[in-house]
Write a protein that binds this ligand. Structure first.
Ligand code: NAD
Length: 362
């Protein structure tokens, strides 16, 4: 009998990348797959020589299979309930971001992790981009001083994922408010700042691009403005419909002694950013250009298996290490909610005309 961890995966579109990155880990045995779509199951089953009894279209049956870990990559509306069911049945959980759509579900999730004592990690892969890991060292060394303000922009036109262009069928992202999907921005920024958000407000520009669509997903853009526990400010801009190509993820952090930012040219590869450190760099010539690669400089094939640079490889290793060491994973349930709840609160604040709301911690 092997002492490998038996891992099951649910949601096999985005989830297929997670299957491949975890499958490369020496401790992982791909032991079950679950998806409502039998074709999605069939596409992956052959790669891992899985028998019919290891393939599930029903989540309740899947979650009761003899597994150590459940990896969840279904639409966000299912994340909380599926995570809770897996934890209740004694599984560790790695769940895609964001953790939940409502504050009530965030609270239920926190309580379940506490009660069951199982390891829960949210799969916020952008925290593991190579340049974010480099910036973390820089900021932890105090090179930028205290971070007093940060900004994130995640502009990704995915209209075809909101509504099917052929059939007009509304997909699960149709009612998703842009700022609910805030973890790709907040995850890296709060990790770099070692901080959390205590107050949120928001604003949106209405629906000028798609005036006839009802879904919140079609809001042109949404801004979240946040105050942190350490007294800093953060501004996030999100859109899933604005015509900006290629898609772009942008971060900038201002400290008392300098700033760092990646480039706005977009795409998922390397961009050209800028770094300025007071005292180390000349004020006249200003910031130095820096490379901001998402991939490790010496990537092995396993590091590239999951996608998004080498981020998923390092994320998977942290998750398995937390299980092996029975320690808190870097994005434990408390951090997962820190990256999720501010977006829920910012949207609520925007709908109330821009009031400030307290962001709860459970
Ligand atoms: N971290 C990243 O970079 C990243 C990138 C893309 C998507 N995501 C996240 O991954 C998740 C899935 O996104 P996607 O783009 O693959 O969505 P998708 O709609 O393309 O695919 C979802 C898959 O889950 C299956 N599914 C839906 N409901 C199910 C259920 N109740 N039980 C079992 N299977 C079910 C569907 O059949 C489908 O195969 C979302 O949470 C999304 O936010 C993360």
């Amino acid at each position: 009998m092997s002492n490998n961890l038996q891992v099951g995966f649910v949601g096999l579109r985005r989830g297929s990348g997670l299957v491949r990155s975890l499958a490369g880990h020496p401790r992982v045995q791909v032991a079950a797959l679950c998806d409502l779509d039998e074709n999605a199951l069939a596409r992956l089953a052959g790669d891992f020589a899985l028998a019919d009894g290891q393939l599930f279209t029903n989540y309740d049956d899947f979650v009761n299979a003899p597994l150590d870990i459940v990896v969840i990559a279904t639409p966000i509306e299912f994340h909380a309930a599926q995570s809770i069911a897996a934890l209740e049945s004694g599984k560790h959980v790695l769940c895609e971001q964001t953790a939940a759509y409502t504050l009530a579900d965030c609270e239920r999730l926190v309580n379940t992790v506490r009660r069951t004592g199982k390891i829960y990690m949210m799969a916020e892969n952008y925290c593991y981009f190579h340049y974010i890991r480099e910036w973390k060292n820089l900021i932890d060394q105090g090179k930028l001083g205290k971070i007093i303000h940060a900004e994130g922009e995640y502009m990704h036109e995915i209209v075809d994922l909101l509504i099917d262009p052929q059939t007009g069928k509304r997909h699960w992202r149709y009612p998703r408010a842009p700022i609910w999907y805030c973890a790709h921005c907040l995850g890296p920024l709060l990790t770099l700042m070692d901080d959390r958000i205590v107050k949120a407000t928001g604003a949106h520009a209405g629906k000028n691009i798609y005036p006839n669509e009802e879904g919140l997903g079609f809001l042109d853009m949404e801004i979240g403005l946040f105050q942190t526990e350490k007294g800093s400010t953060i501004k996030i801009l999100r859109s899933q419909v604005a015509p900006r190509h290629p898609e772009m993820i942008f971060y900038s952090l201002y400290g008392t002694q300098g700033f760092v930012e990646n480039g706005r040219e977009g795409g998922w590869g390397s961009t050209r950013g800028r770094l300025y450190i007071e005292g180390e760099m000349d004020k006249k010539s200003g910031a130095q250009a820096i490379d901001c690669p998402t991939v490790d400089p010496n990537p092995s094939p396993e590091m590239l298996a999951g996608g998004h640079g080498s981020s998923e490889y390092f994320m998977a290793r942290d998750f398995i290490a937390a299980i092996d060491n029975n320690s808190r994973p870097p994005i434990d349930v408390s951090r997962a909610i820190d990256f999720t709840a501010p977006g829920i609160c910012a949207h609520e604040a925007a709908m109330q005309g821009g009031v400030w709301v307290d962001v709860p911690r459970f």
